[in-house]
Design a binder for this molecule. Structure first.
Ligand code: PAF
Length: 287
């Protein structure tokens, strides 16, 4: 596995591959890999000829009071794990190379960035859309793979690619969970044992919502009430939002008609966790 840190070197390599008709797949990450990342890499490997994984903790997507400094980092461990999955290039640009002094260009996906996490993390998605477009330009992939845990991020990147005519196939992959149901996240490492137990309430709330919908309940009010109850009865938790939204527009819906996404953001201790699930109207899923 080659490690490339210089954006110009990465782009030169990508352009050489492109000239030879080599199909490049990118998995953008912020590192500290877990099974969720590895599943994106394994899937990415099946989509093309060369798999590039970018590892960059992107400062522009963290707010001033957020966890940019503490975000878990472990380069040697990450490099070993990526090599084992068959990654061809681990692309690790530095902050100075990505945002040299005088940097001033940003991408904003206006409407999709407003609600859900966007309402609690101002500027976050502007940072995400910007860095992802930069990575696309540097790596020139034909396809890029993202996890569905960051569901709003995935929707925003799809919209950005469509709006700006970016010729990259955006591929979303299912959430990978711990055996007890907690969605895998690099931020789970922040949880102490008590909080790790409390964090399970997100998955329990998802199961409760799925159960309600499976038994024919479609009302947003009733589903969110059950979800809220699951969270509020768990110590160490504070809700940022619980939302039932249209899977494409991310606008709130009043009922599960066809399909809807349940999205949750809950702080457990000081750690902000997100999770989501697809809910399918029972009359559609059981015929
Ligand atoms: O999902 C992430 O890890 C990041 O938001 C991404 C897409 C790598 C951009 O920094």
């Amino acid at each position: 596995m080659e490690i490339i840190a210089d954006p110009l070197k990465m782009q030169a390599q990508a352009l050489r591959w492109r000239a030879r008709g080599v199909k490049v797949v990118l998995v953008p990450t912020m590192g500290f890999f877990h099974q969720g990342h590895l599943s994106l890499m394994e899937y990415g490997r099946t989509l093309g000829d060369k798999l590039v994984v970018s590892l960059f903790v992107n400062p522009t997507q963290f707010g001033p009071t957020e966890d940019y400094q503490q975000y878990p980092r472990g380069f040697d461990r990450d490099a070993d794990m990526a090599a084992k999955v068959g990654v061809e290039v681990l692309y690790t640009p530095g902050v100075e190379a990505m945002y040299p002094s005088g940097y001033q260009t940003y991408v904003e996906v206006e409407h999709l960035s407003k609600g859900l996490c966007g309402a609690f993390r101002p500027g976050h998605f502007k940072g995400v859309a910007t860095v992802v477009l930069k990575l696309f330009n540097q790596v020139q992939p034909q396809a890029a793979v993202f996890g569905e845990k960051d569901y709003q991020q995935l929707a925003i990147i799809r919209q950005m690619a469509a709006d700006l005519n970016v010729p990259v196939d955006i591929v979303g992959r299912p959430i990978v969970r711990e055996p007890d149901g907690l969605a895998m996240s690099s931020r789970n490492t922040y949880l102490n044992p008590e909080e790790r137990g409390a964090a399970l309430c997100l998955y329990r709330a998802i199961l409760a919502a799925r159960e309600l919908v499976a038994t024919g309940e479609n009302s947003r009010t009733k589903i969110l009430k059950a979800v809220k109850q699951m969270i509020t009865q768990t110590p160490h938790t504070a809700i940022d939002y619980l939302a039932l939204v249209d899977p494409k527009t991310l606008q709130e819906v009043e009922a599960v008609q066809g399909e809807a996404r349940l999205a949750l953001a809950v702080r457990v201790g000081k750690t902000r966790l997100i999770d989501n699930t697809l809910l399918t109207e029972s009359r559609l899923c059981c015929v």
